[in-house]
Design a protein around this ligand. Structure first.
Ligand SMILES: NC(=O)c1ccc[n+]([C@@H]2O[C@H](COP(=O)([O-])OP(=O)(O)OC[C@H]3O[C@@H](n4cnc5c(N)ncnc54)[C@H](O)[C@@H]3O)[C@@H](O)[C@H]2O)c1
Length: 319
């Protein structure tokens, strides 16, 4: 099967592309290389790998990239609340309008499966502080980033079985762990970097809950959906993560202390955080038999070792 991965040079994409190639898929990446393309060096010479440099806002490039493709994994986006708030027009153009056009282009060119990278941020703040949100819980996006994701989900899944392609939205938990395009703006990675390298961290709103998932397990979940019968994934939403890996920020700090016992951590009180959610991942486990392989503790160990070894990022002043 030939798979088009948009955003394939990114944090999740570069992990996914390697995995797909190892599992025998042909992979075409379409990416504008906003963060460079070195993450693709390990797969560059693989005969089953193909790269198209370009922007998903360009209809001709998208139409050409769709040719001969059976499945699309759409990851390309302006990612996260801060990035979208800094460039709202760009975020709307890429995350919303270009994504909707991409879905139409996929349908026109006969793509059979379409997987959309969505986010658990869509839940905003949980109504019941003692409970867990599920795929059926109301969505309450509180940022432009989540608004664009919710809008694409609705367009993708709203027309239900009338769509010729089997569309699936995957709501990823906040991702952690090491990938070839490293991100240190994600909570677990960021906290680990600050505590292990800088011995200092400021935490806003220590009591708020979020779910976390390893980047390798995100790739595993995408693979599960690609392999599942169309009838079990078409028109469906799945949260991607593990119910056991919901943490309060303070719990993350306590965990990372094992690698940075002397780090100076300052807590800044926040009564309100519009994003406070504990998520159930029962559906993907029960329907698709998906299970994560790495805990947050595993990810902290991995990132702490990377940082301690000075591999990435370089310590200040050494670049
Ligand atoms: N990382 C997380 O914690 C997380 C959580 C939930 C959902 N997601 C979603 O997963 C997807 C991938 O996230 P990531 O963490 O790998 O982000 P990333 O920023 O590392 O990767 C995004 C990739 O998309 C490319 N891109 C951006 N705009 C483009 C455009 N206009 N045309 C072509 N390519 C473009 C970038 O060059 C980059 O390689 C995103 O859709 C994101 O919203 C990520």
């Amino acid at each position: 099967m030939k798979v088009l991965v948009t955003g394939g040079a990114g944090y999740i994409g570069s992990m996914l592309v390697g995995r797909l190639l190892r599992e025998g898929y042909e992979v075409r990446v379409l990416d504008a290389l906003l963060y460079g393309g070195e993450s693709l060096l390990p797969v560059w010479s693989d005969p089953a790998f193909e790269f198209r440099g370009g922007d998903i806002r360009d209809a001709d490039i998208v139409a050409s990239a769709m040719q001969g493709v059976e499945a699309v994994v759409h990851l390309a986006a302006i990612v996260g609340d801060p990035a979208c708030a800094r460039a709202p027009e760009l975020a709307r153009a890429v995350n919303l309008h270009a994504s909707l056009d991409l879905i139409d282009a996929a349908e026109r060119s006969g793509v059979r499966r379409f997987i959309f990278a969505s986010t658990c941020s869509n839940y905003g703040r949980m109504a019941d502080p003692e409970g867990y949100v599920t795929e059926d819980s109301p969505l309450a996006p509180v940022s432009l980033y989540a608004e664009t994701k919710v809008a694409v989900e609705r367009a993708l899944l709203g027309s239900g079985p009338t769509r010729a392609l089997a569309a699936t939205a995957l709501r990823f938990a906040t991702v952690f762990g090491v990938s070839a395009r490293m991100r240190f703006d994600l909570t677990v990675n960021e906290f680990t970097l600050s505590m292990v390298r800088d011995r200092r961290l400021v935490v806003f709103g220590e009591q708020f809950w979020r779910p976390y998932v390893h980047v390798r397990d995100v790739a595993g979940a995408v693979l599960h959906v690609l392999r599942a019968p169309v009838a079990s994934v078409g028109g469906e939403v799945f949260n991607v993560g593990s119910t056991t890996q919901n943490f309060q920020k303070r719990q993350l700090v306590d965990l990372i202390r094992g690698w940075a016992p002397d780090a100076d951590v300052e807590y800044v009180a926040r009564r309100e955080d519009p994003r406070d959610y504990r998520v159930s991942f029962a559906k993907i486990s029960e329907r698709l038999g998906f299970a994560t392989t790495a805990t947050v503790r595993d990810g902290v160990a991995e990132v702490a070792a990377l940082v301690s070894a000075g591999i990435v990022p370089a310590a200040p002043g050494t670049a």
